[in-house]
Design a protein. Sequence first.
Length: 94
Amino acid sequence: MLFAGTLAAFDANYTLSRPEHELSQFMRDSWATFAKFNDPNVNGVKATWPRYRQATADYFILNITLSSGSGLFGTRCTFWRQHPCQLGGNKCNP
């Protein structure tokens, strides 16, 4: 949906709804703003992309209804946070 023109490759008869078009525009504006200012937040937009903090693992949900949260997949990642030296086959030194 980010680049609406690519939809024609999948379904030539598909037309974006108004909310889908607005989301697509928001995503393009956010990427361009991030590239230019190192901050994806677009002036005048109803939602703010949260700054990532490792302690809370903040994230932004790009959907028709924009929202944010924290700790995405937190319970699934508990093992890896507790055993970081095992990632990639590295061994920890006691």
